[in-house]
Structure formats: C-alpha cells, structure tokens
Design a protein around this ligand. Structure first.
Ligand SMILES: [Zn+2]
Length: 431
C-alpha cells in the first residue's frame, strides 16, 4: 500500500517524546475554549453549523493545526482528512491516541466533539507540566465529518480509515446541493485522490481514548463528574408505511374513512409505551404525508422509527411489539401497514481489558468506582473499536441535552475530565 500522505509539518526525528522543548506558554483550557467558541456559530440560534469541508470546518481545522504547532507537536492530515498532532515518533508503533471531532450537527452545541479535542490538548499540557516521560508515542486526533450533517453518513473520517466505507460509496455521497464528498474535500484544500482504508496507520495505534460530553443524565446528580463507557447500544431505523384512502375532509363520513394518520398516531403512542416498559428508546422523528393537504384525508403516511436499547434482544422485542401494534391497529382502521428496516448497527462493546485498565488507573489517581455507562449515541471510538482497542470517558452534562445549543457542562467538570484524561494518558503511555 502507499504511504499515508503527510500534508503538514514533518515529524521532527529529533523530537524527544517528553516535556523537554515544550514551549513555556501554551493556551489554557479556558483560552482554547474561548478561541474555538465563535467558529461556525450562527448568531440567530447560537447553535453551531460546523459542517464537513465548509468554511466553518476549515476554520476549526486551522485552529487544530495552530494548537498542534504552538506545542511543537508534529502536525499532519491523513489521506481521509483526519488531523493528527504527534508527540514522539508516529511510526514507532503502540501509540496512545486521544481526541474526538470538531464538526457539528445543524445548530449543535459547543461541547459534542470539541470538548474531547480541547481536553486532549489540555491533558497533554498537564502531562508535560508533571514532567511525565512518555515511553510510547502520543497523538491527538480530530476525526473529520463525524456528525454526517452534510453528506448524511456519520463518522466518515473514521469509517474510511477503518475500511468500513468503501471508496466507491464515499464517492457517491452528495450534499443537499449535489456536491460530492471528493469535490467538497478538494474545494476545502484536501486532495481526495488517496481516500480509503488506512490499516497501516491503525496498526501503529495501541489504544484510542475518546473523551466526550455525556449525552444523557446518568452522571447528573451523582458525585462523579466523569464516567467510563461500557458500550454503544445497538440501534436502527425502520420505515413504517401506512396506506389508506385519500378523500375529502368535509364530505367523507367518519365511518367511511380509511385514514392512515389515525393508525400512525396510535403507532407513535404504542412505540412510546413499549419502549418505556422495556427500558429502551423509540422515536418517530420524521414523517411524510401524501397528499399533505389540510382538507384531505391522507392516502399515505410514512413515519421513520429510530429505536435503541442496551442489548439486541430488547431492541428486537421492542421493534417487534411496535410493528405488531401498527399491524393490529391498521387492521381495525382498514389501513395496510408495511415496515422496512433501513439501517442497523449492532452493539459495540468497548474492549474490556482497556476499560478495566482505565478503571485501575483512575482508581489509583483517587477516582474509585467510576460509573460505567452505556450510550445510545454513535462515536468514532465505536467505529474504530473493531480494529483497535478503544475506550471512552464521559463528562457530566447537568441537563443531558445534546445536539442543541443548550448542551452544556460545568467548567469544573470539564477540568476534572482533563485531569482524568491526563491520568489515563500517563498510565498508558508513561510506564
Ligand atoms: Zn460527538
């Protein structure tokens, strides 16, 4: 295979993998946060619109490169547009890598992604301040296009690297204006020629740790600002088609109607109930109606179900029960119901050995009995877990709100996350 292209400053072969040579002043967590804050923020909503390969994304990428270079780290962009900042020799093998993403969903919050990247730089600074001497290479990564807001597929940067997205499929991705992914990359200054699987790069990584704001309230109300991830829940999307009969809203007697909206509405209620009883999640977040007229009984209602659960059996059961409820209600309403599974992602269990090691390291550092949490959200760490040992740390989110401008975390909790990440990096890379 070809060597990964190095589009940034070349790794300095004489760079010592320790604190010597580090600049005396580097931006603090707070300063980095303030620097990043205005980039890609919509002034009307206060939400972030940092979509892959747009001007806002380019600004975030320039910020990352500047942070790397201000610390004397060797900066590079890999063939898939992910950014790396290295302390130590990237080719030595067994690297301990941390990081997350800087892109956002439409009108996303400030923390989902950036908290992991900013905390990574701050944790590295903490290690250097402690005088810790890494015996393994360390790297900070910003994975491109994690949210999939522009091209409709999440985790494109890590999927390409892990070989979970073929080059052909990547070329077929288009944004709402018909711009293809390679065109968008090229316009943003990244040569798309070499996109594709990068097993050689992955083979040089011994562990990947992603710190992320919690997207839920498991830590809220506990004494713990930080938790460890156990698994990413299995999840999928199902399309429910409810076929009825279009007719006049003013002249069709109630008893003569075949109204699919009624069946759909009952299915939404059933989904909520079945999910609640099983401890799972079920959401109809998107719906389309034909003919979509105020004074017309619909002929077709199409609703998309997103469902997630801690384990596959529970998820299968909940979706089967929702489907059954839809079919039964459809029979009563004279509606034909068809259900199609559109996508499915099985459970991702983070490697137990690495998770246990994180628990031990943090226990020794005074954080015993950290909560171990499952999550319903996807992450680059989940994509990479098939190829390399990965783990995640979650930072407490008082409201649990995510993918919204209301997403937040207390600065003290963020700094506790930095300390935990620094402890983990020291425990893994400085033995
Ligand atoms: Zn994220």
């Amino acid at each position: 295979m070809t060597a990964p292209r190095n589009r940034g400053s070349a790794p300095d072969p004489g760079h010592e993998p320790d604190h010597r040579g580090a600049p005396a002043h580097v931006p603090s967590f707070h300063e980095m946060w303030q620097d990043l804050r205005p980039l890609g923020r919509n002034p009307e909503t206060n939400g972030y619109r940092r979509y892959a390969w747009t001007a806002a994304d380019t600004d975030c990428r320039a910020w990352f490169q500047a942070q790397a270079e201000s610390r004397g780290l060797a900066y590079e962009t890999d063939r898939n547009g992910n950014q790396w900042a290295w302390l130590g020799d990237p080719t030595a093998g067994g690297a301990v890598v941390t990081g997350s993403h800087l892109d956002s969903v439409p009108d996303g919050g400030a923390f989902d992604g950036p908290l992991g990247v900013v905390s990574s730089f701050a944790a590295l600074d903490r290690l250097r301040a402690r005088g810790a001497r890494p015996t393994r290479p360390l790297a900070i990564v910003n994975f491109g296009d994690e949210e999939g807001a522009r091209f409709g597929l999440a985790c494109v940067g890590s999927r390409l690297t892990a070989g979970q997205l073929t080059v052909e499929a990547a070329h077929a991705l288009r944004d709402a204006d018909g711009v293809s992914l390679p065109q968008a990359m090229e316009r943003a200054g990244h040569d798309p020629e070499a996109i594709g699987a990068d097993p050689e790069r992955l083979s040089r990584i011994g562990a990947f740790i992603e710190l992320h704001v919690e997207q839920g309230r498991a830590l809220a109300g506990t004494e713990h600002p930080v938790g460890i991830a156990s698994a990413i829940w299995p999840h999928g999307r199902w399309r429910f088609d409810f076929h009825g009969e279009a007719n006049h809203a003013g002249t069709t007697r109630i008893e003569d109607r075949r109204d699919p909206m009624l069946t759909y509405a009952n299915t939404v209620l059933a989904a909520r109930k079945k999910a609640r009883l099983a401890g799972a999640l079920a959401t109809f977040g998107k719906v389309s109606v034909e003919p979509n007229g105020v004074n017309a009984i619909p002929s077709l209602v199409r609703g998309w179900l997103d469902s997630r659960a801690a384990d596959q059996d529970t998820l299968d059961l909940v979706v089967a029960e929702i489907e059954k409820a839809a079919l039964e209600r459809g029979e009563r309403d004279g509606i034909d119901v068809a259900v199609t599974r559109e996508s499915f992602t099985p459970v991702v269990e983070f490697e137990h050995a690495l998770r246990d090691e994180l628990g031990r390291i943090l226990g020794k550092a005074g954080r015993a009995d950290l909560p171990v949490l499952g999550t319903g959200a996807g992450h680059d760490a989940g994509i990479l877990s098939g190829a390399i040992p990965t783990a995640m740390l979650f930072v407490r989110n008082p409201t649990g709100v995510s993918h919204s401008p209301a997403e937040t975390a207390a600065e003290d909790d963020c700094l506790a996350g930095v300390t935990a990440l620094a402890d983990v990096l020291e425990g893994l890379a400085c033995r």
